[in-house]
Design a protein around this ligand. Structure first.
Ligand code: NAD
Length: 252
């Protein structure tokens, strides 16, 4: 077992499911104390229970990343509870559909506030703590649908994810002098509910996506988590403002 993150305080937003839960578990398995943040306390508690059952340390904090006051309070609580904030994985996000011509205006606004404003606000409050503490590492979740490729009918989602890539580069340059290393990850279709169409089974999804993913399958959550942990680790110490695509070649 490796212990790259022993003694580190790690925050994972959207930690109650999918990529966030898998990454929280991976950080904890490598020695980190993990705070999982999200809207739904019961699923966050389930992530904590899974980590504790494996001998790790974690706590849950309920907050909505679109609510500035809620988020600031939650990040302050994590800092006090876990003695600081060394690493943040800003991963909370939603997907909506609708073509540019007909997307529902409320869906547009909710997608932007969750995916883009949520990542901006998260970085804003994390950076304040990291600057005061002499440094840190941030990884934001973008998507291969964004800066790397597009899909008709997903305009709001694609726009927010491309913007996360750009915001990550900007924040990275603004903060590297303060010892804060900021990068993004762009997963391709991964094995979570988000990549399933309504009523679709994982087997049906595999059939639908196989031809569009050169490797011939969706990504496992462990594969996505491993890439996040690498970006957050000292091994990636020269990576600044990068958007790492992990998509089985789908965008190639
Ligand atoms: P998921 O739905 O399991 O995870 C998203 C999490 O974000 C959920 O736990 C949800 O409760 C949380 N969340 C949503 N809105 C929030 C809010 N306002 N405040 C706090 N938490 C909120 O899906 P996932 O696949 O694990 O997605 C995680 C991230 O990965 C998302 O940003 C998504 O866009 C991105 N992504 C996923 C895929 C994929 O194929 N699954 C591909 C590319 C990118």
């Amino acid at each position: 077992m490796t212990t790259r993150f022993t003694g580190k305080s790690v925050l994972v937003t959207g930690g109650g499911s999918g990529i966030g839960r898998a990454t929280a578990r991976a950080f904890a398995a490598e020695g980190a104390t993990v705070a999982v943040l999200g809207r739904r306390k019961p699923s966050l508690d389930d992530t904590v229970a899974l980590i504790e059952a494996s001998g790790g340390t974690a706590s849950a904090i309920a907050a909505d990343v679109t609510n500035a006051d809620d988020l600031a309070r939650a990040i302050d609580t994590v800092v006090v509870r876990h003695g600081g904030l060394d690493i943040a994985f800003n991963n909370a996000g939603i997907v909506t559909t609708g073509t540019v011509a007909d997307i529902d205006e409320r869906d547009w606004t909710t997608t932007l506030s969750t995916n883009l404003t949520g990542v901006w606000l998260s970085m804003k409050y994390e950076i304040a703590h990291m600057r005061a503490n002499g440094g840190g590492v941030i990884v934001n979740t973008a998507s291969n649908l964004g800066a790397h490729m597009t899909r008709p009918g997903m305009g709001a989602y694609v726009a927010t994810k491309a913007a996360i890539s750009a915001l990550t580069r900007t924040a990275a340059i603004e903060n590297i002098g303060a010892g804060i290393r900021i990068n993004a990850i762009s997963p391709g279709p991964a094995d979570t509910a988000m990549s399933l169409r309504p009523g679709e089974s994982p087997a049906d999804r595999a059939g639908r996506l196989r031809s569009s993913i050169p490797i011939g399958r969706v990504g496992s959550l462990d594969e996505i988590a491993a890439a996040v942990l690498w970006l957050a680790s000292p091994e990636a110490g020269f990576m600044v403002g990068h958007d790492l695509v992990v998509d089985g070649g789908a965008s190639v």
